[in-house]
Design a protein around this ligand. Structure first.
Ligand code: B16
Ligand code: MG
Length: 213
């Protein structure tokens, strides 16, 4: 087998919660009087921490905020986001994602989540995958977010595998950089396909089968 383990990003790879991040940040931006927060701005929020994502929004206003006020704004965004997540169900897990994951598992390849999010376990529970992965590395066990490789190196450790035996699947350029820095091969989806450092580029999630099976 080409890889013994696969580490999946969550938002924008396993499910479309990247769209909910965008909508929640846009709602916060509008409350701050920012009318031109766009998907292009949101691209820079992929994979990075909640507080770094807030700075992408605040670049668009002249208003100044204390650190305490920034924490309150990030918390407010997270409340909007969690309200959207609470509406999710198993229907939000696409068939091609579930079928591909099942096929990978059936071959005995170990699988992990590698997500910067502190909401990862809640999302996995909503879509019925909380107990499905061999390991979860997420915002609760890291001190640095992507593009730092920590979330992926910890996922590989949890799987008991060397990074060179694992593939990272990502939709964020920051995630591809994190994978590369950590010594992983990477498979890019969506906007991450623009990143020159990706090992593979996927048009659909199920393209993974041709690489790893
Ligand atoms: P939270 P991923 C990342 O998740 C998102 O891409 C990024 O936009 C977000 O800021 C980060 O999680 C933290 O998320 O606010 O839910 O803790 O793509 O690494 O799964
Ligand atoms: Mg992502």
């Amino acid at each position: 087998m080409k890889y013994d383990g696969i580490i999946f990003d969550l938002d924008g790879v396993i499910c479309s919660t990247d769209e909910y991040h965008y909508l929640a940040w846009k709602k916060l931006a509008e409350k701050l009087g920012i009318k031109d927060f766009t998907k292009k701005d949101n691209e820079r929020q992929r994979g990075v921490s909640r507080m770094e994502s807030l700075e992408v929004v605040l670049e668009k206003t002249d208003k100044k905020f204390t650190q305490e006020e920034k924490v309150a704004l990030a918390t407010e965004k997270n409340e909007y986001y969690k309200q959207m997540l609470a509406q999710m169900s198993k229907k939000d897990l696409a068939d091609d994602v579930k079928d591909t994951l099942d096929a990978i598992k059936a071959k005995g390849i170990r699988i992990a989540i590698g997500s910067s999010s502190k909401n990862a376990k809640f999302i996995l529970s909503r879509i019925g995958l909380l107990d499905y992965f061999d390991a979860i590395s997420d915002g609760d066990n890291i001190t640095r977010t992507k593009p730092d490789p920590q979330v992926f190196t910890m996922a590989a450790q949890f799987l008991g595998l060397d990074p060179c035996r694992c593939l990272v699947v990502e939709d964020a350029e920051a995630g591809i950089m994190a994978g590369k820095t950590g010594g992983f091969d990477t498979a890019a989806l969506g906007s991450a396909t623009k990143c020159p450092y990706a090992t593979y580029r996927l048009s659909t999630f199920s393209d993974l089968k041709a690489i790893v099976l």
